[in-house]
Design a protein around this ligand. Structure first.
Ligand code: ATP
Ligand code: HMH
Ligand code: MG
Length: 738
């Protein structure tokens, strides 16, 4: 019995020269091993032994001990290659190939010997052998495949599971496996998956291997390792990473590269422990724990960078995000000059790097990009040079925008966003990269992981100042909205804190709204006209009574300014928005505002002709109940989501953050989207937030709790309202049998 570690079976590459094509088998093997393949089997059915031995020598070189090398069938070639100095770890044999006993005799007790099996009789054959003769079984084929023309009938996942359950040795699934099959095979008891085409025919075998490794992950929280420096003030470095990993549903681990003495005002000192001990930390983790993603932060010196680079090359975690930390928010340099150069080599081992503008400049050797357009161009050049994706961060741009962009060569995906007015920006870069790594390890694609982590970070930025940590650039609040009620401490929160806390409290609702097919369709312009009109018909009914509730808020307002504000909002709801609805809903109405603009006597009947749907009724009942029953403060809290969520969505739809740019003149819903992105509406929303959170700050704890509950309920009803049109459309299609 060899010392085969069953974890090495997880991802197994079987070579195929024809599929590898002109780039050659060695190239595919090198890339696949980089991507996380742990066993390589050279499968060469026709070449003479000498040629196979020569290929084994070459592959042994390419692999350099990072994976096990086996050969299909050709024991003599393996012996010959070993004689020529190659490291050949064993053979894989078919049922009709040379006997496994002979292989064990020729290659010795440490060799890895595998056998193909696809029937119960084959399992009996293994049991009949002396224990330790066979190390693993290759069981398949799972699906019909062209790479083994004479294969027996496909087993499928269930057939595999039945054999694996009875096998005396670990079973690797093989034959026609694609990335989609991997989780099911793991669940079926596979020790690993062996693939041919999925890697040999892949345009990028490294990325394909990484994808297979990610899919191999067992379900549950992602295990994410931060390799970074310590910030004792808790806002950046490993402390930020661990909080961010936890906030995104991961299990966090940390290997410390350096200790800093810093606070929110700056870095006072850096102490770098012996990199040998860093390596000991990394090995201790990897020897015991399956790592789903690694986030790398501050690396301090070139020795540390080399230590991490060597470890990465050996352990090849399936997702690697490197935040090339060189300059802290406070402006302090965190790397020495030699280290800045050594970093470039390490960056090639990443999937994604996340430089800010200053770091992008150092890495490209160019001056700091003066504009966002120039930053994107720099990121494109860097991405092409390094062969990795670059998330360029616009946090340090002057002006009102703080966009980021995911750049892969010439492919650019922008994430627009307004700058948040706050001093709490310490550790944003650390928190962002750790969150992205965690989300990627949980199965989101890179763009999705970036989008969602950014959305979270923006709430964390808004909540940062309320933490009251430090007098300089304070930390973001990684768990904004999840703290035990501020009231419990006795101290009443101020309006700013309430704003951050309430907005964070509805973060899950907001994320769910973003994910609705209705919103996606609206953003992309792919929503059907019928679905949009069915939404508008309900919205017209809603706005008519929403305006009445606004008027009730005006009546009970405590000051004339607020009385006027709610009255003006009521007028706006009736006039402005209903105008637009009339233009869309009137018979023969064209998309968007037309010259006739929906005047005329029949207008009201047509606009309000739909029967109110159950969600419309539920939402209005909620508003009317608070208007009828509750204190003024609770009423205005219930009214707030209709302002706040629409402004937020309007701005993000308009900017393209959620899909196609609404400014695109071809966008079918451009005129509708423009209403909600209107700066005047944003201003009204700002006033509404100030009035409501101000009222909450001066209210007693009980009223404040009722306000928050009414606010959250309205937000949930906003979500239900956006979900309703497509659900109704679905029911209608079922009814008519379409
Ligand atoms: N005031 C802000 N408003 C909105 N987003 C911001 C703001 N400041 C930073 N961000 C966002 O925070 C993330 C980090 O970006 P930034 O450019 O600040 O990186 P960094 O300089 O590496 O951060 P760090 O100081 O933690 O090292 C990005 O997603 C950026 O868009
Ligand atoms: C330890 C550490 N890592 C990263 C940063 C970047 O903000 C920092 N300030 N401190
Ligand atoms: Mg940074």
């Amino acid at each position: 019995m060899s010392g085969l570690d069953p974890r090495d079976l997880a991802l197994y590459l079987v070579t195929d020269a024809a599929l590898a094509g002109p780039r050659g088998v060695a190239h595919v093997v090198a890339a696949a091993v980089d991507g996380g393949v742990r066993i390589v089997q050279l499968r060469e059915k026709h070449a003479p032994d000498a040629a196979v031995a020569a290929q084994l020598v070459e592959l042994s070189d390419v692999i350099g001990g990072r994976a096990l090398l086996l050969v299909d069938d050709r024991i003599d070639a393996a012996v010959e290659a070993r004689r020529r100095g190659a490291r050949v770890d064993g053979v894989h044999l078919g049922q009709s190939d040379a006997s496994v006993l002979r292989a064990r005799e020729m290659l010795g007790p440490d060799a890895v010997i595998g056998l193909t099996a696809n029937t119960r009789a084959h399992l009996d054959g293994v049991r009949a052998l002396p224990e330790g003769t066979v190390d693993y079984l290759g069981v398949g084929v799972i699906r019909p495949t062209a790479t083994k023309p004479d294969h027996p009938p496909a087993l499928g996942v269930d057939g595999f599971a039945a054999l694996a359950a009875e096998s005396p040795v670990p079973c690797v699934a093989i034959g026609g496996i694609t990335a989609e099959d991997v989780p099911a095979l793991r669940a079926a008891g596979a020790a690993g998956v062996a693939v041919v085409s999925a890697l040999c025919a892949a345009p990028d075998p490294r990325e394909a291997a990484r994808e297979l490794r990610r899919r191999w992950r067992r379900p549950g929280p992602a295990r994410v390792l931060s390799i970074a420096g310590s910030d004792p003030s808790g806002g950046a470095g490993i402390q930020a990473d661990l909080k961010s990993i936890a906030a995104h549903g991961g299990y966090g681990m940390a290997a410390i590269t350096a200790l800093t003495a810093q606070n929110t005002r700056g870095v006072r000192g850096v102490h770098v422990p012996d990199p040998v001990f860093l390596r000991a930390q990394l090995d201790a983790i990897a020897d015991d724990i399956e790592i789903d993603a690694v986030k790398i932060g501050m690396l301090a010196t070139s020795e540390v960078i080399e230590t991490v680079g060597d470890w990465l090359a050996q352990s090849r975690p399936p997702a690697v995000v490197v935040d090339p930390v060189m300059v802290a928010t406070s402006g302090d340099r965190l790397l020495d000059a030699r280290a800045e150069r050594a970093l470039t080599e390490l960056l090639r081992r990443a999937d994604l790097i996340t430089p800010n503008l200053a770091e992008l400049a150092v890495l490209t050797g160019e001056p700091t990009a003066p504009t966002w357009t120039e930053a994107l161009a720099q990121a494109g050049r860097l991405s092409a040079t390094l062969g990795v994706a670059v998330l360029v961060k616009g946090g340090h741009l002057p002006g009102a925008d703080a966009p980021d962009a995911l750049v892969r060569g010439s492919d650019v995906r922008e994430f627009p966003g307004h700058r948040i007015e706050t001093t709490a920006t310490h550790g944003t870069g650390c928190s962002l990269s750790a969150g992205i790594a965690t989300r990627r390890a949980r199965g989101e694609d890179w763009a999705e992981a970036v989008r969602r982590t950014r959305q979270w970070l923006r709430d964390a930025l808004r909540g940062g100042e309320a933490l009251g940590v430090g007098a300089g650039h304070g930390p973001v609040d990684h768990f904004v909205g999840q703290h035990p009620a501020a009231d419990a401490s006795g101290a009443a929160p101020d309006a700013r804190e309430i704003e951050a806390e309430w907005w964070a409290a509805i973060a899950p609702v907001r994320a769910a709204i973003d994910d609705l097919p209705f919103i996606r369709g609206l953003a992309e312009g792919t929503l059907s006209d019928a679905d949009f009109r069915s939404y508008l018909a309900q919205d017209a009914l809603y706005l008519r009574d929403y305006a009445r509730v606004l008027a009730a808020a005006s009546r009970s307002a405590p000051s004339s300014t607020e009385q006027a504000f709610w009255a003006e909002a009521a007028r706006g709801a009736i006039e402005g928005e209903l105008e637009l609805h009339a233009q869309w809903l009137m018979p023969g109405a064209d998309k968007g505002p037309g010259p006739e603009g929906g005047e005329g006597a029949g207008k009201r009947e047509t606009v309000f002709s739909a029967a109110p749907g159950p969600i419309t009724t539920a939402y209005l009942d909620h508003l009317r109940a608070v208007a009828f029953d509750a204190e003024h403060a609770v009423l205005i809290a219930a009214l707030l989501p209709c302002f706040w969520l629409y402004t937020d969505l309007g701005v993000r739809l308009q900017s393209g953050e959620l899909g196609a740019q609404a400014q695109d003149p071809g966008h079918p819903y451009a005129s509708w989207l423009a209403t909600y992105a209107d700066p005047a509406f944003a201003e009204a929303t700002r006033t509404a937030i100030d009035i409501v959170t101000g009222a909450a700050a001066s209210a007693g704890a009980r009223t404040r709790r009722r306000m928050r509950a009414a606010f959250v309920r309205s937000a949930e009803l906003e979500h239900a309202f956006f979900a309703a049109p497509l659900a109704a459309g679905e029911r209608e299609r079922e009814r008519v049998g379409a």
